[in-house]
Design a protein around this ligand. Structure first.
Ligand code: PMT
Length: 299
């Protein structure tokens, strides 16, 4: 069999899975408003320059997604993620001089008010000169929003970073297969068919924003398989780095896996209020700067 045909087939399958996933999602009512807000935010932050170069802009995804079981949703499959990682990282990205697009699950942690999960602080902000955070929330799935965000991010090339800390559900019920009304209780077995959500990481790297610096996450509960899984994801999805974390120690330590390194990053335990995101974002910011410089040399 011709190997190139094999990879073309795989690409076509992924493209059709992605199309089926987006076609099956309920329509996003305010798509035009979101696009306008994003364009404005990215434009403002590209003009506000240090040394004549536009700011670096990072899109942080945060919190867990849900998979509804009914169109008029009463029940859904949920995910444990609290959004703490995304909210904390956003604070350190801002400190490092980035402008941040914070894509979060409504009700999850938000930057600067981590002890108040329901605080709608970000919803009070309007994009004006000098504002370097844009909050956008997702209801069910962040992937459609990620696609919308990647369009204007593509235009800023290597200055863009994607930091994908959200825990995205691997399965969903397509809209057309979902019952409209609340599933009735009874003695019968509930048989719901969940289909796989296509991994968007390859599409992001290949089509949506090929020059952006991309960081994904790998979470496992078994530390024996964590680093191999992270390395596998790095290669499979062509990421610039994968942050490997284990469920029970995720707030203390992570390992940043790149093509030629495995760097353990730890919270400074001598300081009660230090976060593992502090050294993590410092490291990623340095790597991103080096990536931007390399990209200039290759032009
Ligand atoms: O929110 P906290 O409580 O603070 O917890 C933080 C965290 C543990 C959730 C976070 O640090 C983390 O590890 N997030 C990713 C967890 C995960 O479930 O990974 P995954 O194996 O499902 O996905 C790996 C990567 O692929 C992720 O970057 C995800 O954004 C991406 N993905 C996943 C599914 C999908 N269909 N498309 C994707 O692009």
């Amino acid at each position: 069999m011709d190997a190139s045909n094999g990879s073309q087939d795989t690409e076509q399958t992924l493209d059709s899975q992605v199309k089926a996933f987006f076609d099956s999602a309920p329509p996003l009512q305010n798509r035009n408003d979101i696009t306008q807000k994003l364009n404005h935010f990215i434009q403002l932050n590209s003009l506000s320059s240090e040394n004549g170069i536009g700011k670096r802009i990072v899109c942080v995804t945060s919190g867990g997604t849900t998979a509804p079981l009914e169109q008029r949703c009463v029940r859904y499959v949920d995910n444990f993620s609290s959004g703490h990682r995304g909210a904390t990282s956003t604070e350190y990205f801002l400190k490092a001089g980035y402008a941040v697009i914070f894509l979060y699950r409504r009700g999850s942690f938000q930057p600067f008010c981590r002890s108040l999960p329901d605080d709608p602080l970000l919803e009070c902000f309007e994009a004006t000169e000098g504002l370097n955070i844009q909050g956008l929330w997702f209801l069910l799935h962040p992937l459609l929003m990620l696609q919308i965000i990647s369009k204007p991010m593509k235009d800023i090339g290597p200055r863009a970073m994607f930091y994908l800390a959200a825990a995205v559900s691997d399965f969903y019920v397509p809209w057309k297969d979902m019952v409209e009304h609340k599933i009735q209780s009874g003695s019968h077995i509930l048989d719901v068919k969940l289909v796989p959500v296509p991994k968007m990481l390859s599409v992001l790297r290949k089509d949506w924003a090929p020059l952006a610096f991309c960081i994904s996450f790998k979470l496992e509960t078994d530390s024996n398989i964590l680093l191999n899984k992270a390395r596998g994801a790095l290669e499979k999805y062509n990421m610039h780095a994968v942050v490997a974390n284990e469920l029970s120690t995720r707030k203390e330590q992570v390992v940043v896996v790149t093509i030629d390194d495995k760097i353990t990053v730890q919270r400074d335990k001598s300081k009660a209020d230090d976060d593992v995101e502090n050294p993590l974002i410092k490291l990623l910011s340095q790597r991103h700067s080096a990536y931007i410089e390399d990209s200039k040399r290759m032009r």
